[in-house]
Design a protein around this ligand. Sequence first.
Ligand SMILES: Nc1ncnc2c1ncn2[C@@H]1O[C@H](COP(=O)(O)OP(=O)(O)OP(=O)(O)O)[C@@H](O)[C@H]1O
Length: 628
Amino acid sequence: MEKDENQNLIDFSPVMNISYEKINYLVDQTKDNGNRLFSFGKSKSKKQILFDLSGVFTTGMNAILGPTGCGKSTFLDILADRKDTHGLTGNILINGQTRPKNYKYCIGYVLQEDVISGTLTVRENLMFSANLRLQKSLSFDQRIERVNEIIDQLDLEMCAETLIGTDFVRGISGGEKKRTSIGMELILSPKILFLDEPTTGNVKRSLMCPQLCGVLGLDASTAQNVINCLHKLSRQGRTIVFSIHQPRYSIFKLFDRILLLSNGHTVYFDSPKNILSYFTSHGFSCEENTNPADFILDILIDSKNVSSQLLSNAYLQSPMHSNNLSLIQSINAQTTDRPLLFEQYLSRSAFLEFYYLSQRTFRNAIRNPLLNITQIFIALTLGLLTGLLFYNMKTTIEPGIFNRIGAIFFLATHQILCTASALEPLIKERILFSHEITSGYYRVVTYFLAKLVCDLIPMRVIPTCVFAMVAYPLMGFQRSFNRFLTFFITIFLSSVFGSALCFLIAACIPVFAVALIVSILVFSIMMVVSGFLVDLESIFSALRWIKWISAIRYSSNLLTINEFGNLTFCLSDDSQICPIKGEEVLLKRKIPYQNGWDLWKNLVFIGIMAFICFILAYVRLLRIKKFK
Ligand SMILES: Nc1ncnc2c1ncn2[C@@H]1O[C@H](COP(=O)(O)OP(=O)(O)OP(=O)(O)O)[C@@H](O)[C@H]1O
């Protein structure tokens, strides 16, 4: 193994051949039997997607072509080790050897959609990849140099300091985004680069529809630009394998090899130069001035699959097929004992991972207007409004007691409910997290801690604290520092709990609409059993336990003890007769208040519930599928 001038491990073997033999892939699919009204009618069945694929991809531009649904992306994912191996049979070898465990972390894999942080600039994104994925022996200056090289190589100088862009901020163009995504992978100087539809721009995805809702293709010149860039990279000795829909001729002629798939079968696998003569020999002649790619795909998009079946059978009988099989044998025969030159890159310290993740999370949080200034402004306005609605509550029986109870119910529910705004950004980030964790950018634990320390806690809790500080003095609660502190800690911990619950829900449910309904349901149940809306002793005994998991009940109990303790309520007729003590209200509301533990146990329970939610969210993150 040699090192380049940047001290980064590079494989100088002239080629990286990917040979695959007898690849068959089956998936379980749920079939609706149709005639039944409910889901009892559903049964599982196997669907074969790929059939006996064999061949070799070598250095250069290897295109996987075929009509939609023919299995291009599935096959690419299998080659890149991103597919669940359940249902997969066959061999995939690199230079005749089995793929090492860290294979996924050493190859480049560019998704169909551009999965990059929108609130960072092109350079910051590339630096993030360099800082986390390059060996720690590389100095900071060397990493900067690597990023500069990539910016230069991919012609990104003009937009290097521009933000990628989000739903709210216009950023770089589609082509620049695609090249940045490629750059994120090139940081490792991978010898093998996989790309799923590189001429496709952003995928239309909405929170309501996290699966593909539609695909926006790059315009012709941008697509050409991306392919030219890949062609340049392939000439540096890289094996580039990509799926592509319907390339125009100027793109088609840059391919070194074409694997043509139809319904999961190989129809052609050779140089594009021979493709027209091959098709002509099977009775399909291309008219003059027709793009060969369009001509071939038109043949394969045949509703009755006649041509497709004919061509896949013809391929199995063809010399092309036997040549491909012999090529696999000869490559596998050349296998030496020399280990595959992939380096284990996950040797960084967890602290460094945490540092770079926190840096990105923090930048992301402060550059997202909806997550900072707007939230604080809303908290300020709401705090003022609440303060004015419950302004300077009197200590009279009527309406002093009633207003205080109302204010406490509102505060306890509001502080937890408003953390639901964390759901949207958390769900949006799942795709980025899933891609990065699969590519070995960082460990789950460092992502989790960075998210907690630099996003969830400050960004959710600061606005609620602003709200509390504005509302408390205006509302006329007891003016004592200790009571304000207890109030503040309660509000703080309630929003930490709310954030933890949202984190858990977002980690479990990828669809925003469903996650929102689940959170509303959980919050509503907590609210009903908070002790304000129903007498907890009167509810059905089998359901009485629910009160123990109501954070709103704990939070409101705390605020009630804090406010009603040592307070007397007078008649409203200026008689100075104060017949009711706050403790009587507590007794009537069945809230224990005798000692300090009665007060603080509520805080402890909220803390425990927040802790459990965070732990479950972490476990869920660990289990997020790394396979498609
Ligand atoms: N988990 C699954 N369950 C059922 N069918 C599946 C599953 N995964 C893939 N398929 C089916 O396998 C076929 C191949 O899918 P794949 O996404 O690989 O096609 P593709 O050629 O990449 O299509 P496109 O060009 O439209 O992206 C499709 O018919 C798809 O519906």
